[in-house]
Design a protein around this ligand. Structure first.
Ligand SMILES: *Cc1c(COP(=O)(O)O)cnc(C)c1O
Length: 387
């Protein structure tokens, strides 16, 4: 079976993990700060906070922005549940903005309309969480301008998008936080680079970074100053806020640092595979991902969408490819369709475009080590299905 995504591990990765295992610190050692620094310099954000997962990162990002009970978060329905769960963790309410039928990211037009209405009803969101689906950046400049007009904060869910660029010419990497308060990456093995499990929040704001550092480590402050200055003993510490243990280990960070060296190669390889699909899946009743000028997608996913000319269904294609040993997948069931969200009152058809997408989309395999044989097998199988 060809999987839809797979990690790329080499000897350097393995050696760097072993080095930490032989060192004094498996966690809270020197490698995590090194990894935070490496990622934040890669995307030119300023500060990085490594955590146990993107899910944990989204949670403390919301808390750092003071999200609380009764507040409101908006996100895209076309994402993994974690993009919305973080609001619920904080006791806030959640709502969804429909997607753009071409990019499949949050629709700026739908967002504008919903904001105008919310302003009239006094129900503007406190935080918006745009998701860069498959690694294609959302229209962040426009979204940022709307945030200035309507006064909401922005957390980018960039779980798919480390290595993507808002602008190739200007070299604006996703995670530079020029359009958001905080950007969150995931390092789950199917994502672009991996730490096993893991995530990282980047921000330009020192206070937000300090707050997240504290939240990920129980909310505890250690008194580092020497006793003579402060009269406080070195053993002393205080928990000022209720935090969590969301700390990444140094073992994971070492893997991440080693993977980061190959990030740009991974993005090139993924883009080469995307180009192969574009070239070899022409003249079929399917829409291929859009290619935006001056934007670099990490191509975490390659998503096909059966169009109106297709007499066959997505589910038929899913079955045909799976039966032929090709690991296809679906990203994503609209979040509000999950039973836990239906319990909150959301109904089928809440977002029209997300529903149409849900009927027609399918992710085909894409990852750095996908062989040429596999690639031909995939495109030939898809062509055969439509014959
Ligand atoms: C994978 C993913 C997450 C969660 O990442 P974890 O690191 O597994 O917690 C959140 N949002 C999106 C869009 C994802 O794809």
């Amino acid at each position: 079976m060809i999987p839809y995504g797979k990690q790329h591990i080499n000897k350097d990765d393995i050696d760097s993990v072993i080095e930490v295992l032989n060192s004094d610190f498996l966690t809270q050692g020197p490698i995590v700060p090194k990894f935070e620094e490496a990622i934040s310099s890669y995307c030119k954000s300023g500060y990085g906070v490594a955590v146990t997962s993107a899910t944990a990162g989204l949670h403390i990002a919301c808390l750092a922005l003071d999200l609380k009970k009764g507040d409101l978060v908006w996100t895209s329905p076309n994402s993994f549940v974690a993009s919305a769960n973080c609001a619920i963790y904080c006791g806030a309410d959640i709502d969804f903005v429909d997607i753009d039928p071409h990019s499949h990211n949050i629709s700026v037009d739908a967002l504008k309309e919903k904001l105008e209405e919310a302003e009239k009803n006094g129900s503007l969101p406190d935080i918006l969480i745009p998701v860069h689906l498959s690694g294609l950046p959302c229209d962040m400049k426009e979204i940022y301008q709307l945030s200035q007009k309507y006064g909401f904060k922005i957390i980018e869910d960039a779980s798919h998008a480390i290595g993507s660029k808002y602008s190739i010419k200007k070299n604006y990497s996703v995670g530079n936080c020029m359009y958001s308060d905080i950007t969150v990456f995931s390092f789950h093995p199917v994502k672009i680079i991996t730490t096993g499990e893991g995530g990282l929040c980047v921000t330009k704001n020192k206070d937000l970074s300090n707050k997240m550092q504290k939240l990920k480590s129980h909310g505890i402050t250690r008194y580092q100053n020497n006793t003579q200055d402060t009269g406080i003993e070195k053993w002393n510490y205080a928990q000022d806020i209720i935090g969590f243990n969301y700390r990444m280990t140094d073992i994971q960070a070492a893997l991440g640092l080693s993977q980061l060296k190959r990030l740009d190669d991974f993005i090139s390889m993924r883009n080469i595979i995307a180009k192969f699909y574009w070239d070899n899946l022409k003249n079929l009743p399917i829409d291929l991902p859009i290619n935006q000028d001056d934007v670099l997608s990490s191509f975490h996913l390659f998503i096909l969408k059966l169009n109106k000319n297709s007499k066959k269904s997505r589910n038929d294609l899913y079955k045909f490819l799976t039966d032929n040993g090709i690991g296809v997948n679906f990203h994503y069931i609209p979040i509000y369709r999950h039973p836990a969200y239906e319990k909150l009152g959301f109904k089928k058809d809440y977002c029209r475009e997300a529903e149409i997408y849900f009927e027609r989309a399918l992710s085909i395999p894409i990852f750095p080590n996908l062989s040429e044989d596999d690639l031909y097998k995939i495109v030939n199988s898809i062509r055969l299905f439509f014959e």
